[in-house]
Design a binder for this molecule. Sequence first.
Ligand code: HEM
Length: 381
Amino acid sequence: MDERRLKDSFARVAAHGDEVALFFYSHLFLAHPEVRDMFPVSMSVTRDRLLTALGQIVSDVSNLDSLVPYLSGLGRDHRKFGATPEHYPAIGRSLIATLAYFAGDVWDDELARDWTDAYTLVSRVMADAARRDEEQHNPPWWDATVVGHERRAIDIAVVTVAPAQQLSYRPGQCVNLEISQRPRLWRLYSMANAPRPDGTVDFHVKIIDGGQVSPVLGRGPGIGSALRLGPPFGSLVLDTSSANDIVMAAGGTGLGPLKAILEQLGHRGQSSTVPRTHLFVGARTAAELYDLADLEKMAASNPWLTVTPAVSHERGSPGDSALRIESGTVADALARRGTWRDHDAYVCGSEAMVTATVSRLTALGASPERIFIENFGWSEL
Ligand code: HEM
């Protein structure tokens, strides 16, 4: 397979913009009207999500080994759409037809064969993982109900849900979530607590202006309202084999998964066995530091934990909290502490925050292979 030609031809196709997704979905829904119901009613916003991912993943087939964990997760996750092994060739045919239509004069039999082979390899990994998941009697999704809602800032809420069946996950992982008010619009959220005996799960929700799901979820979908959770996945999890001290950097609601990992550390019991951990938590303003009260309690009862809040868009101040709020970004705050050599670092927040923090940590001595961020496979490649 000529990877260069796969990538170049996809770039040529993608240059046609919106037309490409329109062609792909028209082709798919004409040939297979039965799959239309699996997709959102209005596809104006998300129309190219699947297609862009498809092209990027498939043309990166030479990296297949490193993509396997991500693709397996994706295959399991696709069970919630109702995707079955029979659907994969159908998507493949529409993909190839779309590429052939838009690739222009570079399209020939050899390129068609390469795309077909690459797609077959990728879809096999996904379909196999989905089949194994089914054989293990895992549900395609978890039904859940909202049991708590707390507005913590003007645009941030903590929503607590109770899954009907036990949801097993590792702290730091995330799920796709669908609320009954917005059918088929799945959005990714991280579990913000370590697994609890009662099985309830918190999600930290940032209300995005103009968003379709977060305004409903964040303003309170109503206690008792129904939602569905996809299978847990994600690689931002604690390396339990490491004895290094830990630095954590959270931006906004990126705190959620890191708080789950903090709780996991707390459950280890004996303080002497828990690595010393320094959490830096950042927001634009003090009003947006929505979880300070909880973090303060955690720091007070766990001697291994230090918490430093920082605000980037106003001057820091002692505020109402026992924790002194520093000025600047999370990266600025951790730079003031000197070096982070021999630490494991866990970073979560917006893409810009993660990029800036990782580069600052590296400059401050943290080793790149000891810096853990969420890696959704293809998007990082
Ligand atoms: C190699 C094959 C495939 C790849 C790499 C792939 C990849 C993806 C990715 C990355 C997304 C966006 C993330 C997400 O929403 O979870 C997605 C969404 C989706 N996929 Fe797939 N997929 C494949 C095959 C299929 C098949 C066979 C079906 C079943 C007909 C399917 C149905 C969907 C649906 C319904 C969505 C949601 C679209 C939206 O919300 O706009 N996919 N896929």
